[in-house]
Design a protein around this ligand. Structure first.
Ligand code: ZN
Length: 330
């Protein structure tokens, strides 16, 4: 598989290898879904391949890296239960990296995602970073470099794995995955081509339609909000549901903005022109803001269903005698 948007990064690695200055520590900063893991493996092939113009893609080393069976390629990720990379894993990795390689030359260790290391685990890397064995390369992959200690970051050579532009992303997806509604997929998950390729496009379209239907019902005041939130959280696609919600809010904000622009009377209040829809810009913006907060709290132990419920109540009409929509925050 070729990832054209990473061509510059690949070129940097090849030139470093050819010039005999392949880094001892590499920090790959990826945009989520842009191919950080792929670039880490490319770095491994570049370091381990012994052909001139490495990586050749043909030799035993290159093939074994591709098959994930190379004895001098070590990989560490979060454990199933803790979702963290533990200090013992890092110590073990560093001990192995300090030994001479099975083959004639290099050893590569990949830690992905590096931000899954807890503080102790990250600190356990320092000795290896300070006194690397010649030929050993440590590769850290992360979408959030700021979550790594500065002492670790400063000892690594930084390599960026940027996301492609939307058009390039769509062209690549069509080539790799055939003609599908990739535009709709990217609307939900962002310009994350590798993630898009793993998505079940039909299931995602269904999820999006189902979420939109539910949110329309919220706005009409006909949805069982607590029940729906419970289902969304337990369904295993919470993040995607939030993306659907963001989409739904953005579309309405856009509509509200256009309506306000077209109707001079709307400019003062920025209310939607339709009397049937009680959602105004303020409510929509507030809901978007809450959504971003909810995302940031996603990995903590907050009660997701309850937080989501609060957000959806914001979008529901509040009928008070004598007022069509009271408490909308004037
Ligand atoms: Zn090779």
């Amino acid at each position: 598989m070729q990832l054209p948007w990473l061509a510059t990064a690949c070129d940097t690695l090849r030139r470093a290898r050819a010039g005999g200055r392949f880094p001892a520590a590499l920090l790959i900063h990826e945009q989520s879904g842009s191919g950080g893991a792929w670039l880490a493996l490319y770095a491994a092939r570049t370091a381990l391949c012994r052909a001139a113009g490495a990586p050749c893609g043909q030799c035993d080393d290159c093939r074994r890296v591709a098959a994930d069976t190379h004895p001098d390629l070590l990989r560490v990720g979060p454990t199933e239960e803790s979702k963290q990379i533990r200090v013992e894993q890092v110590r073990e990795l560093c001990a192995e990296l300090a030994l001479t390689s099975h083959g004639a030359g290099a050893t590569v260790a990949i830690i992905d995602p590096a931000e899954a290391m807890n503080a102790n685990a990250a600190n356990a890397l320092l000795k290896t970073l300070e006194e690397p064995r010649p030929g050993a390369t440590l590769v850290l992959v992360t979408a959030a470099p700021s979550r790594l200690p500065a002492t670790v970051r400063s000892r690594c050579q930084r390599l960026s794995a940027p996301a492609p532009a939307r058009a390039a992303c769509l062209a690549w997806l069509e080539e790799e995955g055939g003609k599908r509604d990739w535009e709709a997929v990217l609307d939900l998950i962002g310009n994350a081509p590798l993630e898009a390729l793993r998505v079940d496009v039909e299931a995602l379209a269904k999820l999006r339609a189902d979420s939109a239907r539910a949110l329309d019902e919220v706005a009409r005041g006909t949805l069982d909000i607590p029940g729906a939130c419970e289902r969304w959280v337990k369904g295993g696609d919470y993040e995607l549901r939030l993306a659907c919600l963001e989409n739904w809010l953005t579309v309405r904000l856009d509509r509200a903005a256009r309506a306000a622009g077209q109707n001079p009377q709307m400019r003062g209040t920025a209310h939607l022109p339709s009397g049937r829809s009680p959602l105004n810009m303020k409510t929509l913006v507030r809901a978007l803001d809450q959504l971003y907060q909810l995302r940031q709290l996603g990995s903590t132990s907050i009660n997701k269903a309850l937080a989501l419920e609060q957000l959806l109540w914001e979008l529901a009409p509040r009928v008070v005698p004598g007022s069509r929509r009271a408490g909308s925050g004037s």
